[in-house]
Design a protein around this ligand. Structure first.
Ligand code: MLT
Length: 401
């Protein structure tokens, strides 16, 4: 019989969102009349914007004609999309990138998970707690030593650089799950740490479109010196509703170096390129055309309206929690609201109460790590109608408790 990767035995039995989906399905089966409102997984509600749809329809027409049909494209993404990314995601913030420093992919989930392919299992990895489960799970699968960086109320859910050495550090800002953001000063400290320690920062910027505070960088490369110590992940999922369409991009600067056990230096950009072209055949042309339309004048305006729609939900959720006297965090530069469960309830106790008494699905904070125990994450990605109904249910239930 084939030998298995025994590191998988160290994982939680089920991926967090799968466990929640199963609980929801079991409840729905037992209570078919329940009108369950999902504020759990951060999935968007609004359809793709008209600019994206038009561009994708035109791309379909091109694919229907032998003269304009396209087969395999460049694995790293088409230049028309990478040019727009360079202009609007980077040059707009004073950052110059070369075309071959950008890798278009099918998601930041995949890229933050797959990036480990180019690193030795001997690296010590620092990961915030609580955190998006993919960072922990993929490093557990690989068998790396993981050291946790506690993120809690005391540090505003923004872990400081530790006293100890790490080779790789995962950071996510705006943060999933806590909704906290790393200020310019906080990021400067992390970049200084990485340069001092020879560490590499893996910076997940999937939620950057929600930033409104001018003191919060949209890219880690806004910090001087970050090009030499950071890889950055961005996504169209939350920016432009591509959760089902799949398109993202990862920046691996060419100055980034790693070393082998004999001290010889290697380009991380060249290694990621090698990995990417070996295991990935590129995002479909039609999808990349849609993603490029996000950057047109029309697209940017339509995206801004969608983001405002979700921001209004976040405000309503925060306002309701304030009125109920709950302690909550996030929701300002982020679609996530991190609620402290009332009456010292555990995360899963609160999850069950919300599901059974209010028919609302959220995400138990402990599912993101032990420091998340006693917290509960809600997303602002629902419809206005459902968000308003959910908040009304909360008001009715908790104002009498
Ligand atoms: C979440 O709810 O944490 C995200 O939607 C999951 C993801 O982006 O993969």
């Amino acid at each position: 019989m084939v030998l298995i990767n025994e590191n998988y035995n160290k994982l939680e039995e089920t991926y967090l969102f799968t466990r929640i989906a199963k609980k929801r399905a079991a409840y729905a089966e037992a209570h078919p009349e329940a009108e369950i409102i999902s504020m759990g997984i951060g999935d968007v509600t609004l359809p793709l914007c008209p600019a994206v749809i038009t561009a994708m329809q035109q791309a379909v027409q091109e694919m229907a004609d032998a003269a304009t049909f396209r087969g395999y494209g460049p694995e790293q993404g088409y230049t028309f999309l990478k040019d727009a990314i360079r202009e609007y995601d980077y040059r707009a913030y004073g950052i110059e990138l070369a075309d071959d420093e950008i890798f278009v992919s099918d998601g930041s989930k995949s890229d933050t998970g797959n990036i480990g392919d180019i690193f030795s299992v001997a690296n010590v990895v620092a990961i915030p707690d609580p955190v998006y489960p993919v960072y922990i799970d993929t490093n557990t699968m690989a068998g790396r030593e993981i050291k946790l960086l506690p993120a809690n109320e005391a540090n505003g859910f923004c872990p400081q650089p530790p006293e100890w050495h790490a080779d790789i550090v995962y950071l996510c800002s705006p943060n999933n799950p806590t909704g906290s953001v790393l200020s310019r000063a906080a990021l400067e400290e992390w970049v200084a740490y990485a340069r001092r320690e020879g560490a590499l920062i893996l910076f997940d910027a999937a939620y950057k479109a929600f930033i409104t505070d001018p003191d919060v960088p949209h890219s880690i490369y806004e910090i001087p010196g970050a090009m030499e110590c950071a890889i950055e992940f961005s996504s169209f999922s939350k920016t432009a509703g591509f959760t089902g369409t799949r398109c993202a991009f990862t920046v691996v600067p060419k100055v980034l170096k790693g070393r082998d056990s004999e001290g010889r230096e290697f380009s991380l950009n060249a290694m990621w390129n090698r990995r990417h072209i070996t295991k990935f055949n590129g995002v479909p042309y039609i999808v990349q055309k849609g993603a490029a339309a996000v950057y047109t004048d029309e697209g940017r305006q339509q995206i801004a309206e969608a983001l405002d729609y979700y921001r209004a939900n976040a405000r309503l959720i925060k306002q309701t929690f304030d009125e109920l006297g709950f302690t909550s965090f996030g929701g300002d530069n982020s679609p996530y609201i991190w609620l402290k469960a009332p009456n010292n309830m555990t995360s899963w106790e609160f999850f069950d109460l919300m599901l059974e008494e209010l028919n609302i699905i959220g995400t138990p904070g402990v599912g993101f790590g032990n420091q998340g125990e006693g917290y509960f994450r809600l997303t602002a990605f629902g419809s206005h109608e459902n968000t308003a109904i959910a908040m009304q249910r909360m008001r009715e239930y908790f104002s009498t408790k």
